[in-house]
Design a protein around this ligand. Structure first.
Ligand SMILES: Cc1cc2nc3c(=O)[nH]c(=O)nc-3n(C[C@H](O)[C@H](O)[C@H](O)COP(=O)(O)OP(=O)(O)OC[C@H]3O[C@@H](n4cnc5c(N)ncnc54)[C@H](O)[C@@H]3O)c2cc1C
Ligand code: FES
Length: 336
C-alpha cells in the first residue's frame, strides 16, 4: 500500500509521488527522481523543512529542536527526512521545481467533447490514455496549448480526472485565440497538449465552514472541488455564491442543483449584475454575502473570477473588518 503525496513547489508546479508505508517523504521523492531540499537526512539540520497542508503523518522522533521546534511542528511544519505519511498528504516545498530537478508534466490528449453552453461560455472535455496518470488537487489549473499555435492558455479543471478524461469551463472572449479556436474550429478527436498541474488555489482540508465565491467561468475550480467534496463528504456547512454579468453567462445551474442534492451541507445562490436581467436575484456576489456566511471570521473563503471581480470582493471582505481564518483566491488574468 502507498499514500499519494502532492509536492507543491514555490513556482506553482505540483508533482505527485507515492510513499510506501514507513518510507520517509524525502526517500520517496528521491526514489521518484525529485530532489527535495535535503542535507543531513538525520533530523539535525532543518534543511528539509516543509509545510504539510493536509493529511495525517508521523513526524518521527529522531529530530532535534534546532531542526524543528515544537511550535513549528504544531503549525504544520515537517522534516521530510523524518516524516512518514499515514494518509494522502499535501506538502508545500519551499523551493522551485527546477531546483528540485523536476518540472511540470506534459500530456497529450484529444478533444472528447466541445459544446457552447451559451454565447459566452464553452464546455470542453479532453481525454487520453496519458491522462490516467494526471493527478491534480481540485482547484488547480493546467496550461493548454492552443492547437495550431505555440501559445498556451491557463484553464482550471472543472471536473476531477475520470477514466482519462477532464473538463474545463471556458469564457468565449470575442477575438481571443483559444476562444476563436474553440468556437470555430475545434471538433472531437483534435489533439491537445497540456502541461501541469499548477497553482496554489486548491481545496484544503475542510476544518470549518467554507464560503465559495465565483465570478463567471471562475465557477470551474469550484465544480471540481464540489465533486471531491461529494466523494469525501463534509461535516461543515459550505455555501457558494455564483455571480455573472448577463443572464446568458449563467451556466451549469443543473450541476449546482445536483451537488446540492448530493452534499447535505451544501447550499448555493446565483446573481446577475446586469440591470436588464430577468433572473430573480440581481447584483454582485458581495450583495448576497450574509453575516452567517462569514461566521464571525471562523470561515475559509475561496474566491475565483476575473481580476476586477476578485479585487472588488477582496476589498469588500477587508471592509467588513473581520479576518477570515483563511482566504484563498485565483484571478483569471488574460495571458496577453
Ligand atoms: C490561473 C488561471 C486560470 C484560468 N482559468 C480559466 C478558466 O478556467 N476558464 C476561463 O474561461 N478562463 C480561465 N483563465 C483565463 C484564460 O487563461 C484566458 O486568458 C482566456 O480564456 C482568454 O483566452 P483567449 O485565447 O480566448 O483570448 P486571448 O487571445 O488571450 O485574448 C484576446 C483579447 O482579449 C483580452 N482578454 C482575454 N481574457 C479576457 C477576459 N477574461 N476579460 C476581458 N478581456 C480579456 C486580452 O487582453 C486580449 O486583448 C485562467 C487564467 C489564469 C491565469
Ligand atoms: S535533512 Fe537535515 S533535518 Fe532533514
Amino acid at each position: 500500500m502507498t499514500h499519494k503525496i502532492a509536492l507543491n513547489f514555490e513556482d506553482g508546479v505540483t508533482r505527485f509521488i507515492d510513499a510506501a508505508i514507513g518510507e520517509t517523504v524525502a526517500d520517496a521523492a528521491y526514489r521518484q527522481g525529485i530532489n527535495v531540499p535535503l542535507d543531513c537526512r538525520d533530523g539535525a539540520c532543518g534543511a528539509c523543512k516543509c509545510f504539510a497542508e493536509s493529511g495525517r503523518y508521523d513526524l518521527g522522533e529522531e529530530y532535534i529542536e534546532d531542526a524543528l521546534s515544537e511550535a513549528e511542528a504544531e503549525q504544520g511544519y515537517v522534516l521530510t527526512c523524518q516524516m512518514r505519511a499515514e494518509s494522502d498528504c499535501v506538502v508545500r516545498v519551499p523551493a522551485a521545481s527546477d531546483i528540485c530537478k523536476t518540472q511540470q508534466a506534459n500530456y497529450q490528449a484529444a478533444i472528447s467533447n466541445v459544446r457552447q453552453l451559451s454565447e459566452s461560455t464553452i464546455a470542453l472535455s479532453i481525454k487520453g490514455e496519458a491522462l490516467n496518470q494526471l493527478a491534480f488537487l481540485p482547484g488547480q489549473y493546467v496550461n493548454l496549448q492552443v492547437p495550431g499555435s505555440d501559445q498556451t492558455r491557463a484553464y482550471s479543471f472543472s471536473s476531477l480526472q475520470k477514466d482519462g478524461e477532464v473538463s474545463f469551463l471556458i469564457r468565449n472572449v470575442p477575438g481571443g485565440l483559444m476562444s476563436s479556436f474553440l468556437t470555430n474550429l475545434a471538433k472531437a478527436g483534435d489533439s491537445v497538449n497540456l502541461a501541469g498541474p499548477l497553482g496554489a488555489f486548491y481545496l484544503r482540508e475542510i476544518k470549518r465552514p467554507l464560503l465559495l465565491l465565483a465570478g463567471g467561468t471562475g465557477l470551474a475550480p469550484f465544480t471540481a472541488m464540489l465533486e471531491k467534496i461529494a466523494e469525501q463528504g463534509s461535516e461543515h456547512p459550505l455555501h457558494l455564491i455564483y455571480g455573472v454579468t448577463h443572464d446568458h453567462d449563467l451556466v451549469e445551474m443543473e450541476k449546482l442543483e445536483a451537488f446540492a442534492a448530493r452534499i447535505p451541507n451544501f447550499s448555493y445562490s446565483a446573481c446577475v449584475a446586469s440591470p436588464d436581467s430577468a433572473y430573480p436575484q440581481k447584483g454582485y456576489v458581495t450583495q448576497h454575502i450574509e453575516p452567517k456566511h462569514l461566521n464571525d471570521g471562523e470561515v475559509d473563503i475561496y474566491l475565483c473570477g476575473p481580476p476586477p471581480m476578485v479585487e472588488a470582493v477582496s476589498g469588500f471582505i477587508r471592509e467588513q473588518g473581520l479576518e477570515p481564518a483563511n482566504f484563498y483566491y485565483e484571478k483569471f488574468a488574460a495571458s496577453a
